[in-house]
Design a protein around this ligand. Sequence first.
Ligand code: SF4
Length: 142
Amino acid sequence: MEKLQDEFNLSYIFIAHDLSIVRHISDRVGVMYLGKMAEIGSDEEIYDHPTHPYTQALLSAVPVPDPEMREGRERILLTGDVPSPANPPSGCRFRTRCWKAQDKCAVEEPLLAVPERFKSSDTPANHESACHFAEEKDVVHA
Ligand code: SF4
């Protein structure tokens, strides 16, 4: 695939649930929830500096083979069922499963945008995230 990409100047869109494979082959990564983009950025921004709670939960579930890395690792467990995409929750569609949800999340849909407080900084958190309260969280993953 890489050879063809170089030869014909191609772009690939690769859709998968296995985050370790996605990182291996991707330059840019988008995380979707209920049919909408939750967060998008370079592979380093998404894997090492995720700011959306859904991305953080997904990464915390990636199996870690190294026992030392596993020790003390925080696993973010999502509760509740995935809502129907035909009838998503009001406001933020992730709010019914988000541990950070606040009143604002039920009434105002967060736009996919660089959070205001990260805009003028060169932190890797300076990438688009559809969350009113986007912030970095250290998530140990393989
Ligand atoms: S907008 Fe609110 S509910 Fe949605 S991901 Fe952010 S904190 Fe969670």
